[in-house]
Ligand binder design. Structure first.
Ligand code: AMP
Ligand code: GLY
Length: 420
């Protein structure tokens, strides 16, 4: 099969790595890709949020299957456009992608399907929102309704911070995403990410993970896109996973189908678990980044068969073949991230590292210039390893990190600390 993957980060590198190992893969194209992806696939310059352009490219290149990595093309309806052109595609329709693109939509689905989540209210007016905050008190959580590149959530431990967040959102700090604001109850507990594949009707769990959102060791400093992750998440015991499936995931999928907008693709549930009881924090309609990297490391080539089965409506009765393994990824980022950082510094030493089913450096933001590998983003490398235990996976990953020569980069030394 000729396969096109949309995206150009560590998530897409890991998907390409897994797909490439599957004997069904003939030609592999990634748009736009990055310097690491270029080592295993063709890279194409495409505007991946433009459905017409993607569909035309897919037709010209006899692409049989498109896998959509990030949320923006999904929210823009690229999957709909491809399916209308008769091209098989992994990823939800624009209507189903509202599970990520609108927080109030997700809350409505929770209300309609009985899925447990934080108590909430929605506002289009700052005064009413502030009144609600004063009535409820802190801690409280303020969220821009729309997509805000992971920055639209303020967990306010003090009332003043919540009031300031409301001011900021209604003053346009998050553009259209903040025209509507959701305010919700602060939930206590331990967070975990739960990934399931859906074919519109059937649901297949494909793993759990925990990430590290704060930039600094000990979970300090500002939030980032994620500084590392590991899989599985110990808090997601078989019992918690079963409850999440029965109380949250299946009711959501059934409600989406009932509304005539069935969900197809990967559904990523952010859960808060307390005393064995999971509640929904949020949905994402794509793989997490860097959670995807640890999932792909554990799933390998079967990830492709499962994504294809989801896209073709054939998930019923499918199973995942699990090794009793663990995977861990360490994000190496450019100094300054998540604030301002420089691009263009040289990265050395990657060619000395092992690349096999237990060791991979996925590229998140790199470019090649005149034979040099350069940093080309905030999050730059995802150093990923697999092992029989989490400790073994961690030791392997840091063993690689320590051999990478990149003085302009930094990383957290404590990925996995909670589980270890
Ligand atoms: P989100 O973008 O919705 O995942 O929110 C980002 C982060 O904010 C989550 O991963 C949680 O750590 C935190 N968060 C969001 N909503 C809540 C809530 N209701 N209670 C506690 N923490 C929350
Ligand atoms: N690592 C969090 C996310 O992908 O949303």
């Amino acid at each position: 099969m000729n396969i096109l993957i949309l995206g150009g980060g560590g998530r897409e590198h890991s998907i390409a790595w897994a797909v490439k190992q599957n004997p069904k893969c003939d030609r592999l194209i990634v748009a736009p890709g990055n310097a690491g992806i270029a080592g295993i696939a063709e890279c194409a310059a495409l505007d991946i949020e433009n459905g017409d352009q993607v569909a035309e490219f897919a037709a010209q290149n006899a692409v049989d299957f498109v896998i959509i990595g990030p949320e923006a093309p999904l929210a823009a309806g690229v999957a709909d456009r491809l399916r209308a052109a008769g091209i098989l595609c992994f990823g939800p329709s624009q209507a189903a992608a509202r599970l990520e693109a609108s927080k109030s939509f997700t809350k409505e689905i929770c209300a309609a399907s009985g899925a447990p989540t934080a108590a909430w209210a929605r506002f289009t007016d700052a005064e009413a929102a502030k009144e609600y905050i004063r009535a409820k008190g802190a801690p409280i959580v303020v969220k821009a309704d729309g997509l805000a590149a992971g920055k639209g959530v303020i967990v306010a431990m003090r009332e003043e911070a919540a009031l300031a967040a409301v001011e900021e959102m209604f003053s346009g700090a998050f553009g259209a995403a903040g025209a509507e604001v959701v305010i919700e109850e602060f939930m206590e507990g331990e967070e975990a990410s739960f990934f399931v594949l859906c074919d519109g009707e059937n649901v297949l769990p494909i793993g759990t993970a925990q990430d590290h959102k704060r930039v600094g060791e000990g979970d300090t400093g500002p939030n980032t896109g994620g500084m590392g992750a590991y899989s599985p998440a110990p808090v997601m015991s078989a019992e918690v996973e079963a409850r999440a499936m029965e109380e949250i995931i299946r009711p959501t999928i059934a409600e989406m189908a009932r509304r005539g907008t069935p969900y197809q693709g990967v559904l990523y549930a952010g859960l808060m678990i307390r005393e064995g009881r999971p509640r929904l924090v949020e949905y994402n309609v794509r793989f997490g980044d860097p959670e995807c990297q640890v999932l792909m490391m554990r799933l390998g080539a079967q990830a492709f068969d499962l994504m294809q089965a989801a896209a073709e409506g054939r998930l019923e009765g499918r199973r995942v073949n699990w090794a009793e393994d663990h995977a861990l990824t360490v994000v190496m980022a450019a100094k300054g991230y998540p604030g301002a950082y420089q691009k263009g510094s040289e990265i050395r030493g990657l060619d000395q590292l092992p690349e096999d089913s237990h060791h991979m450096v996925f590229h998140a933001g790199t470019a090649e210039r005149e034979g040099r590998l350069e940093a080309n983003g905030g999050r730059v490398l995802n150093v990923t390893a697999r092992g029989g235990s989490l400790r073994e996976a961690r030791d392997r990953a840091y063993g690689m990190v320590d051999r990478i020569d990149w003085p302009e980069g930094f990383f957290r030394r404590d990925i996995g600390w909670r589980a270890l």
